[in-house]
Design a protein around this ligand. Structure first.
Ligand SMILES: [Zn+2]
Length: 321
């Protein structure tokens, strides 16, 4: 049997651990939801136990693994496997997670940012198959991205390259990003912006067809609610989706100009807005790019689906050194 991969995706609500075959299909996985408030050393134990349990449950040994890839939201210094900061978990300031997991195993352990992990998964097993370079942009509550150049992730000096969510697309915007700047792509286009955008449209006198109660708390506006609105033809939901698509289109254009990749893959929860969303992103991109595209260039959507986090983490073990 060909050796397999192990992936760990440390999220803000779920800790997913999976065994993944060499071609990217899921063999087995387990999900915990009790990891967020644990001290660092207990998370190390939990991850170690999950991996060992999954291996033995499937009649496998550590020697069947190519390596263990871990994806974690936040700033990760790749070269030494340290979590610099993460807003998903308590603590973890300059925490050497990779070394502490590595101590319990004899196979390589790789720690990277979750968006980089998803990007590499999509590159090896999803929409990026057949390409040697691409950019992945995930649009959900926040915006993350990963850059692949010549079959490897491009991480920059610290490991934080590809923070396209903080690219400024509207400097005069009233929307303030989590980083403190005005008009970051993340402030204007993703899930974090939706409550504000919805509230603003209503305060301008626009009427939503969503039949919301008079005491509706606009903080509850999310991608799912707007999807319902889109399906019903609600003009307020549709306007917000088009606004988001406009800014993502500008973001894609900026990435295109900076890196000239052959492919940009879009993923994340807001892509459930479907073709209505995607076609506006492409339209905005084309309006700006006009006659500056000299070779085939594609904007495609993620093919891996909801397990992209853990499959992406596993794929990190396949990155050439
Ligand atoms: Zn920002």
């Amino acid at each position: 049997m060909k050796r397999i991969l192990c992936g760990v995706d440390i999220g803000g609500t779920k800790l997913s651990t999976a065994l993944v075959s060499h071609d990217g299909s899921l063999i087995d996985k387990c999900i915990d939801c009790d990891h967020v408030n644990k001290p660092e050393n207990q998370l190390v134990e939990q991850i170690t136990e999950n991996i060992k349990r999954l291996l033995s449950k499937n009649g496998l040994n550590e020697t069947d693994l190519i390596g263990i890839g871990i994806g974690c939201a936040g700033h990760i210094r790749f070269r030494d496997g340290v979590i610099i900061t993460t807003s998903n978990l308590k603590g973890y300031k300059n925490y050497p997670l990779r070394e502490n997991i590595k101590r319990n195993f004899s196979v390589p352990v790789i720690l990277d940012n979750d968006a980089n992990a998803q990007a590499f998964g999509e590159f090896r097993f999803g929409a990026g198959k057949g390409y040697d370079s691409m950019v992945f942009l995930t649009i959900s509550t926040g915006i993350g991205a990963g850059i692949i150049i010549d079959n490897r992730l491009y991480r920059g000096l610290t490991g934080t390259a590809g923070e396209f969510g903080h690219m400024i697309v509207e400097p005069e915007s009233e929307l303030v990003c989590t980083c403190g700047n005005r008009g970051c792509l993340m402030a204007c286009a993703c899930g974090l912006a939706l409550p504000h955008l919805f509230r603003k449209k209503i305060s301008e006198g626009k009427i939503s067809g969503l039949n919301l109660p008079p005491d509706f708390n606009f903080d509850r506006v999310d991608g799912k609610l707007l999807k319902q609105g889109l399906d019903m033809g609600d003009p307020v939901s549709m306007e917000i989706i088009l606004d988001s698509a406009h800014y993502v289109g500008i973001g894609v254009y900026n990435i295109f100009q900076a890196l000239n990749p052959p492919l940009i893959v879009l993923g994340g929860g807001l892509l459930s807005w479907g073709d209505f969303y995607l076609s506006q992103i492409r339209k905005t991109f084309n309006e700006y790019a006009r006659d500056m595209i000299f070779d085939p260039f594609a904007i495609d959507v993620s093919k891996i689906g909801p397990d992209v986090g853990v499959i992406g983490a596993a794929s990190l073990a396949l990155e050439p050194c």
